[in-house]
Design a protein around this ligand. Structure first.
Ligand SMILES: Nc1ncnc2c1ncn2[C@@H]1O[C@H](COP(=O)(O)OP(=O)(O)OP(=O)(O)O)[C@@H](O)[C@H]1O
Ligand SMILES: [Mg+2]
Length: 378
């Protein structure tokens, strides 16, 4: 059997070769880092934030006296969890045989942790029991100071950073801001998806913390670059893909990275040596059928009016005037107030994506495949 590795990644970052473009964004990250500036990366979900961080770290791997630490805090529920995740990430990054690793172990032992190893991944797992909030706050400070004292530059990326707003402790942002600002050798990337992160920035009383970082908005990958990337990877694997087929892929997936990658992945797996627009339709249909159970589940959590509204937005592809008479009467939405109310609830559920631009605000179905499914089935 021929086991060609599928070059279209739909999971975690693998290599520079399988990563498309983002040259401008990488330049910004390098420039910020070289100038001692922290960066906040924001984009809609599944646009490629985490991938970009790993791609950036791949560049930094070769630099001397520099270490990168990636910390995904999606699963954290409290400051205590946050500390645990940082400590585990540091342990993973600096094994005990390194100088920093040994120093960290010494530091960690003063916190009387319980350390175990995941039997499947071999990764360290740390349990620290804090008696008081003061103790954990103090530990954060010590952790950062420990990193700052290592005589190397360290760059820490906190992925899914918006999670900190859900911690029960009230002062997390202020606490982090205070400690982060005083560091000389440690730099940060904060990363999160649009809505949650934006509202965090603009509603937070501690806004100066975010104002002290540069904002990097991650948009879609540029069309020409994505076309070339797709063509290249089919080509070097002995498959021909027509220009029209590539355009069709980018059209159906709206160039939203995860969806484009998924469609290309399925197309690549279909064993067609010549990939045409027909193959794209076939692959699309396979994906929609496979996901149908999920799409029906959405329906269970929505009122008929909300469901009807999603169909309306999907049919329109993109909506700019949600209170216009034309839109409201075409889809029997009722009144402008109704339209606003339903939109608000669907934005909160992240079923609709709000795209802000200088010119106007427009709305589309967040999950691109779900939108395509609604368009074709209703
Ligand atoms: N430039 C790229 N080239 C190829 N694949 C990419 C690129 N950027 C991201 N991907 C892939 O697309 C998928 C989504 O990217 P990623 O997980 O980085 O998005 P995200 O913005 O972090 O999503 P979330 O908001 O859900 O955390 C992943 O499978 C990733 O490997
Ligand atoms: Mg991510």
């Amino acid at each position: 059997m021929n086991h060609t590795t599928n070059p279209f990644i739909v999971k975690a970052y693998l290599s520079k070769e399988l990563f498309c473009d983002r040259e401008n964004e990488l330049n910004v990250l390098h420039r910020n880092f070289n100038n001692g500036i922290n960066t906040t990366i924001i984009s809609p979900r599944k646009m490629g934030k985490s991938g970009l961080i790993h791609r950036f770290f791949d560049d930094l791997n070769f630099e001397k006296d520099l270490a990168s630490v990636y910390i995904d805090i999606y699963a954290t529920l409290s400051l205590k969890d946050f500390i645990k995740h940082i400590a585990e990430a540091i342990m993973k990054r600096f094994p005990e045989k390194t100088k920093t690793g040994r120093a960290f172990m010494k530091f960690l032992k003063s916190l009387r942790p319980v350390i175990s190893f995941d039997p499947f991944t071999g990764q360290p797992q740390i349990q620290i029991n804090f008696q008081t909030e003061y103790e954990s706050a103090h530990t954060i400070q010590n952790l950062f100071q420990f990193l700052d004292a290592q005589n190397i530059k360290i760059i820490c990326a906190f992925d899914e950073f918006q999670q900190i707003s859900k911690y029960p402790e009230k002062n997390v942002e202020a606490l982090l801001r205070t400690h982060i600002q005083s560091l000389k050798n440690v730099f940060f990337i904060f990363c999160g998806s649009n809505k949650s992160m934006m509202s965090e920035i603009f509603t937070s009383a501690n806004r100066p913390f975010f104002a002290s970082t540069r904002l990097l908005y991650l948009d879609k990958i540029e069309t020409t670059a994505y076309k070339k990337f797709i063509q290249h990877h089919f080509g070097i694997n002995g498959k021909q893909i027509s220009e029209e087929a590539i355009e069709s892929v980018l059209f159906w997936t709206k160039r939203h990275t995860f969806y484009t990658q998924t469609l290309c992945n399925v197309l690549f797996s279909m064993h067609h040596n010549k990939v045409s627009v027909e193959s794209v339709k076939e692959a699309m249909s396979e994906i929609l059928t496979e996901n149908e159970p999920y799409f029906f589940q959405y329906r269970q959590f929505l009122t008929p009016a909300q469901w009807n509204y999603l169909i309306a937005v999907a049919k329109e592809e993109e909506v700019t005037q949600i209170t216009s008479q034309k839109f409201i009467s075409k889809y029997h939405i009722g009144t402008p107030a109704n339209s606003k109310r339903i939109m608000k609830s669907l934005l909160e559920k992240e079923l609709i994506l709000e795209i802000l631009s200088e010119k106007e605000t427009c709305y589309r179905i967040y999950d691109v495949f779900f939108g395509r499914w609604l368009q074709t089935n209703f």
